[in-house]
Design a protein. Structure first.
Length: 116
């Protein structure tokens, strides 16, 4: 079982990044995908969720309208498109593949830093 995030980096305020979450070793299309972030000194927070079929999504209030979650079950990959980034978006972003009550798989996270 493997979950690997990529796409993080340093970006200026107002910039964009696309994070990827590549999965292997399990049936990706059965799992809900959640993106979390954890900033120093703050609690981990759920940023966005997409259901297994991709039909339903959820966004943290502060991400609504700026972030977009998607998935390609044929490629076993989920994405988080982040636009209009702000310094307060700086955090380690982690992908969680979950079947609630049964299985949960985490990646190692990818650092996003928004700074001029």
């Amino acid at each position: 079982v493997r979950v690997v995030e990529s796409g993080g980096g340093l970006v200026q305020p107002g910039g964009s990044l696309i994070l990827s979450c590549a999965a292997s070793g399990f049936t990706f299309s059965d799992y809900i995908i959640r993106w979390y972030r954890h900033a120093p000194g703050k609690d981990r927070e759920l940023v966005s969720t997409i259901t297994s079929t991709g039909r339903t999504t959820y966004y943290l209030d502060s991400a609504e309208g700026r972030f977009s979650i998607s998935r390609d079950n044929a490629k076993n990959t989920a994405y988080l498109q982040m636009n209009s980034l702000k310094p307060e978006d700086t955090a380690v972003y982690s992908c969680n593949a979950i079947i609630p009550g049964y299985y949960s798989h985490w990646g190692q996270g990818t650092q996003v830093t928004v700074s001029s």
